[in-house]
Design a protein around this ligand. Sequence first.
Ligand code: GLU
Length: 476
Amino acid sequence: MNKKVRVRFAPSPTGYLHLGSFRTALFNYLFAHHHGGKFILRIEDTDQSRKVEGAVENLINILNEMGLSYDEGPDAGGEFGPYFQSQRLELYRKYCDELLAGGHAYYAFESAEELEEMRRVQQMQGKQTMYDRRARNLTDNEVKERLASGIPYVIRLKVPIDSEIRFTDLIRGNVKIDTNLVDDQVLLKGDGFPTYHLANVIDDHLMNISHIIRGEEWLTSVPKHIILYNAFGWEIPQMAHVPLILNPDKTKLSKRQGDVATEDYLKKGYLREALLNFMALLGWNPGEGEEKEIFSKEELINLFSIERVNSAGAVFNIDKLNWMNGEYIKKYDINELTELILPYLNSGGIDTSDLAKTKRVVFAIKNYLNRLDEAYEQAKVYYSSVSLSDAQNDIICNEISKQVFAALTSKVDALLEITIDNFKPLLSEVQKETGVKGKNLFMPVRLALTGEEHGPELGLIAYVLGKEEVLKRLKI
Ligand code: GLU
């Protein structure tokens, strides 16, 4: 790579981070780090009608939470700022004037009604709906007069006629487009704000962006951008358009078919490491024959390459995410995992003030979780108090049970503490000693310890309750 790698994530803040945008940010991040380059956050907030209160803060929070820190951006600073497009308006106007002066752009004065009528007629005639370029024919004087009399205007791109745009996308290969199919895009709107196309090209150039990695939905904008780069005489960054994320039925991943907000996945109890790992493998793979699926962020950085991003859409497989999350949960540091699980237990009404016990609970349940929000269901048995029906009471009070409890009590007493695996062998010893086995052995113990007839392994239950509590509960 000869040019210094500088990539950007350029969201228009909508109030939440769509999974597709998150993946775009992630690929940019991995690419930048792989090449020792810079990852930049630029907020594309020029569409005033789409402004959402708190959207930028939310976006920054979620990027931070997911560990995608940027080298330059709104709150990170950098020598190419400001990183909010809404703070760069003068720049866009200046460059737009340059385009006008060079004959690459022109004023157009049609009202919304006129444009609507144009579209209606084109539709009726079965033509592609696009601006019919009528304002190109205005003379300089006509333009001046209209401007002087204050008629609202936009500035449009003068797309070259009968020409061809070619470019090579790093994921899709060679692309070629007939310019007669490219609309004379509005560059500067009636409200004086630039459109996405103008601002995006200017900023990518001024911010020295080397590679543009973004969603496939922007592929159709590339010809307009290339025309702009050429008009300015600027070098065109390399481009990579990442495929869409699809629902299992191959439709575009959308709100209708489940959650698309990255933050919702965190709330549901997906670990950020798991989500990051999973999203990195959505549309990218580390190489032929690579069976491994669990990768740390560092490994992903080492392995990442744009060439290995598929050009076909990537199906979002929630079962795989669940599996992967479960794998991460199993191996997570127990103290950190406990911290993460506490809110889920508390909101279910569990008193977690005995932190040592809660840690044991987490240790006992972690292998059974795919998501952290399943913790409450798994954990509650360890906190329930013992209250038995008459029939159950009869079971634990009969002579056989008493014999079992007596034998078990002396064995538990002899232990320094109950560990994750030293309780079950005691039950085998009790069986040998007393001759009681099967249901007659296990049911009274289970009832005495939990008050329930079914539940997790007795060894786990005893470990979580701890020696003292087990002895207390065996004292019938
Ligand atoms: N503002 C555009 C978006 O919301 C950025 C597209 C691009 O990366 O060029 O996705």
